[in-house]
Each structure stands twice: as structure tokens, then as C-alpha cells.
Design a binder for this molecule. Structure first.
Ligand SMILES: [Zn+2]
Ligand SMILES: [Zn+2]
Length: 156
């Protein structure tokens, strides 16, 4: 696992140890689906029969973020969601406000538009975050919401 080497290297550079707890947390993160919150990470660790305190998990996440293995993606139902970025193409998210479903999408036109907009401003982009909140297809149907009746925001 290359992600593991990356994390080890990062820890080494800061004179931190690759402790068994850090190793377990890293493994749990890599075995989870791309998006997770602390709760899900802890459940995963429990399933792996690893007893790791919440405090340790909380202290380890920033290290994983700083070593560019994961990032905070979005806030969903008042929980922070993290996701693996290592080995994952950049993409955007739609989050359902009702059931919490997260839909990933990647749209080349949006990517290109963002690059063009940055270029116009002479801005060198490092990261962007696009999140669309709303209702997934199933929830929209239940709530009788119709995308076609939604107006596009525009300046008058
Ligand atoms: Zn939904
Ligand atoms: Zn994602």
C-alpha cells in the first residue's frame, strides 16, 4: 500500500512514530468506502477488533489530512465527512438533506470552467470544493419536488 508509505514518511519527517494505533486507523480509513465520518470510522475499528479511544482517532485525523491522504469534504447532517483522496480523482458532491445520501460526480466542463475562471484571474488553484445540497431522486419524489420547476438564480 503506497498510502501507508506516504503516511510513514510524513510521520518520520515530523519525528512522529508509526504507532500500532496510527496503523490501525490508517487501515480502517483505507478499507472504508470513500466517504466516512468519525462515527463510521470508529465502528469500522470496532469491527476490526481494535480498541482505540475516540481521542486517539480525533488526534490522528489531522495527521492523515496533513499528509494528504484524506480531506474534509463536506458537512452532512451536522457531521463532518472525510474522504480518501489518495488514489482518487478530484470530484464534487451532491448531498441529500433528507436521507444523507452522497452522490459523487465529476464533470469535465465544470473542471474546465473553474480552470478558465482561475486563469482569467491569474489565480493558481490548489483545491476546490463544490457541494450541492438538496434532495436525491427518491426523496424529491416523496416530497413532490420537481427539478423542472426550479428557477435558475440570476442577477437582475
Ligand atoms: Zn435522499
Ligand atoms: Zn467524494
Amino acid at each position: 500500500m503506497k498510502g501507508k508509505d506516504k503516511f510513514k514518511q510524513y510521520l518520520k519527517n515530523r519525528n512522529l512514530k508509526f504507532t500500532p494505533e496510527r496503523k490501525d486507523i490508517l487501515e480502517a480509513v483505507f478499507s472504508l468506502n470513500s466517504h466516512f465520518d468519525i462515527e463510521q470510522l470508529q465502528q469500522k475499528l470496532k469491527k476490526m477488533n481494535k480498541k482505540i479511544s475516540r481521542a486517539t482517532v480525533y488526534r490522528t485525523l489531522p495527521l492523515l489530512i496533513e499528509s494528504n491522504l484524506i480531506k474534509e469534504t463536506l458537512h452532512c447532517q451536522s457531521r463532518v465527512k472525510y474522504e480518501r483522496i489518495y488514489g482518487h480523482l478530484p470530484h464534487d458532491h451532491m448531498v441529500c438533506l433528507r436521507c444523507g445520501k452522497i452522490i459523487e460526480f465529476r464533470n469535465e466542463e465544470i473542471e474546465k470552467l473553474q480552470m478558465d475562471t482561475c486563469r482569467d484571474k491569474g489565480f493558481f488553484p490548489v483545491e476546490h470544493r463544490l457541494g450541492i445540497k438538496g434532495y436525491c431522486k427518491e426523496c424529491a419524489e416523496k416530497l413532490k419536488l420537481d427539478i423542472n420547476s426550479k428557477k435558475v438564480y440570476s442577477k437582475k
